[in-house]
Design a protein around this ligand. Structure first.
Ligand code: SF4
Length: 304
């Protein structure tokens, strides 16, 4: 592959096929409970990656999610993925039993925790560091963009300095960090997106998730979209941007995602993204035709 895929990284690291099991830890986020705001990020539909709040125990959620995969891959291993909302947004006394329970089963090889840089106080960082000594703990940060005007527009609720401190604190504790970036945010030029990719490439992050901007029903972003304030990316535009961004990333950075999985029921645009097979084939063809090589324009810090 012209880029470092998550699958190949997982096979290399754990020696077999590894699946992610999505979990809901029952948390909310500071952009919704009034700490930073109440409306949430402009693109977030409040489902927090799940259609409905799952109040089952971690153990029950893991067993249910495993059933869906186990029939096709009986000897697979799994990553327990705390995906919904901000998964460190609770006291250590709540987080510790939750994460400990998730990493207990033998077939769980790692725990991945999606959160925000402003929700990582020292005691939570120390907890993650302790757990990381038992099994790998990955922390996912939703940066989306480095540009302050876009961050304000999407109501992200923290600044770039906050992201920088979080990543330093996580790396100082040997935690693996994955950063999310969105392509196609309103008002961003191609160069702005490339700058964000370059920044992430130099941030010390171990992995990246590249998302296509999805406009979901019921969001404030949808209001702006319906009012004609911006357009979403076409497939050729997206392919071009992906290639430009991948060229900026260090060759060793793991590419966790190249598309977004928007909920089909509520997706307003871009509708071409619902045909995942078409998108993946188009990505593969474009990368081959253009001889894409991850990191072809990456310059390590110090040699710039
Ligand atoms: S995207 Fe994440 S941080 Fe933003 S409102 Fe939704 S759950 Fe909260």
């Amino acid at each position: 592959m012209p880029y470092r895929t998550l699958n190949s990284y997982l096979r290399q690291r754990f020696g077999c096929k590894v699946y992610k099991l999505g979990l809901d830890g029952g948390m909310t986020c500071p952009n919704r409970d009034g700490t930073c705001g109440t409306g949430g990020c402009i693109f977030c539909d409040g489902a927090g990656a799940f259609a409905a709040k799952n109040t089952d125990s971690v153990f029950t959620q893991l067993s249910q999610a495993k059933k869906l995969v186990a029939s096709k891959a009986p000897n697979a291993k799994y990553i327990a993925y705390f995906q919904a909302f901000t998964n460190t947004y609770a006291p250590v006394s709540v987080l510790e039993p939750l994460f400990t329970q998730a990493m207990e089963p033998d077939e769980i090889v790692a725990v991945s925790i999606a959160t925000r840089p402003d929700c990582l106080p020292p005691d939570v960082l120390d907890l993650l560091s302790r757990l990381n000594k038992r099994k790998p703990v990955w922390v996912e940060l939703g940066l989306q963009t480095i540009h302050p005007q876009t961050a304000n527009y999407i109501r992200r609720g923290y600044d770039l300095a906050c992201f920088d401190s979080a990543i330093s604190a996580l790396k100082a504790r040997n935690l693996e960090v994955i950063v999310h970036m969105i392509l196609g945010l309103p008002g961003e030029t191609e160069e702005m997106m490339v700058e964000t990719a370059r920044y992430i490439g130099h941030s010390g992050a171990d992995g990246i998730k590249l998302h296509l901007l999805h406009v979901l029903e019921g969001t404030d972003l949808a209001k702006d979209y319906m009012a004609g304030k911006f357009s979403t990316l076409t497939l050729p535009q997206y392919l071009h941007l992906l290639q430009r961004c991948l060229a900026q990333l260090p060759p060793q950075m793991v590419i966790h995602r190249l598309t977004g999985d928007g909920p089909k029921r509520t997706l307003l645009a871009p509708l071409w993204s619902t045909n995942k097979k078409l998108v993946l084939n188009a990505i593969a063809t474009a990368f081959q035709e253009n001889n894409l090589v991850q990191g072809s324009e990456y310059t390590p810090v110090g040699s710039r």
